[in-house]
Design a protein around this ligand. Structure first.
Ligand code: F6P
Length: 320
């Protein structure tokens, strides 16, 4: 059986990563496995920033945002020569297998390492919820709560001033944060890569809300990387009865103490990752499907369709 494993967090950090680090470390130590923390993601693997973790090293982190191990993006990890250095460092420390907590880019690295003989298990740690094999990723619930809190506040002031608040949220190319936040806050309009963005149509809708529906405010939640929200807010002021104001929530969405839901999810997924490594498995990622914690081949994980999105979008449209 595996005797020594490593753990790293990679890509954009997400609340709950620390809870996952704690779970992996403690479950493994309970099973008699040594755990090594790799600092700053794949960069730390390549640069040999690797240290043994004890049970108490992961005390007092369950409720902390960010990641104790640090994170980084390392596009060069696609190159085999860079990965060979990583494998060399792992072998030097006697680390036979790895838990990788991160998003899709991190999963690709984990798959490549598995193919080079180091069993890797991926955990979905990203606020974006764009790992489609899992109903939910670690950090999504917390980021959503942050967004909902901000939008509720924006609604107060928008309503006082008959304004339209345009709120840009993260998500990379995935509209889940925007859509869920739209549902949870009763936003008037949600724009995502999945809905598409017809600017004139949105302006017309807003004018309808102002003139016909007589709404004192309107909230538009829009995924990042779609349009310049400040320029769009000016168009709202020019073309509708509302005065437009844009708010980019930005990296505040990535921070904060993880919600209980994220803490429990991260703990369950961490446990599953260790169990899989103990069973000699690699090239898999942990997912939540229909309330079960399951394992899915990484090669299939990223392109699975998620039908629940369509249902939620339909629900949003029926609630306006
Ligand atoms: O993947 C998480 C995420 O926060 C995305 O939502 C966003 O597009 C990106 O990371 C931002 O990356 P960075 O922190 O490197 O600017």
């Amino acid at each position: 059986m595996v005797k020594r494993i490593g753990i790293l967090t990679s890509g954009g950090d997400a609340p709950g990563m620390n809870a996952a680090i704690r779970a992996v470390t403690r479950v493994a130590i309970h099973a008699g496995i040594e755990v090594y923390g790799i600092y700053d993601g794949y960069a730390g693997l390549v640069n040999d920033k690797i240290e043994k973790l004890t049970r108490s090293d992961v005390s007092d982190i369950l409720d902390r945002g960010g990641t104790k191990l640090g994170s980084a993006r390392l596009p060069e990890f696609k190159e085999e020569s860079v990965r060979l250095k990583a494998v060399e460092n792992l072998k030097k420390h006697g680390i036979e297998a790895l838990v990788v907590i991160g998003g899709d880019g991190s999963y690709r690295g984990a798959l490549a390492l598995t193919e080079m003989g180091i069993n890797c298990i991926g955990l979905p740690g990203t606020i974006d919820n764009d790992i489609t094999c899992s109903d939910v990723s670690i950090g999504f619930d917390t980021a959503l709560e942050t967004i909902v809190d901000a939008v509720d506040k924006l609604r107060d002031t928008s309503s006082s001033h008959q304004r339209c608040s345009i709120v840009e949220v993260m998500g990379n190319r995935c509209g889940d944060l925007a859509l869920w936040a739209g549902l949870a806050t009763g936003a008037e309009i949600v724009v995502t890569q999945q809905t598409g963005f017809e600017e004139t149509e949105v302006l017309e809708q807003l004018q309808y809300f102002y003139e016909i529906a007589k709404k004192r405010h309107a909230i538009v939640i829009i995924s990042e990387k779609i349009t310049d929200v400040h320029a769009f807010a000016k168009k709202v002021s020019l073309n509708t009865g509302y005065s437009g104001r844009a708010t980019i929530l930005g990296h505040v969405q990535r921070g904060g103490s993880p919600t209980p839901v994220d803490r429990v999810l991260a703990s369950q997924m961490g446990e599953k990752a260790v169990d899989l490594l103990m069973a000699g498995k690699g090239g898999l990622c942990v997912a939540k499907q229909n309330n079960q914690i399951v394992a899915v081949p990484i090669s299939e994980a990223l392109d699975m369709p998620r039908s629940s999105r369509k249902a939620l979008q339909n629900l949003f449209n029926r609630l306006i």
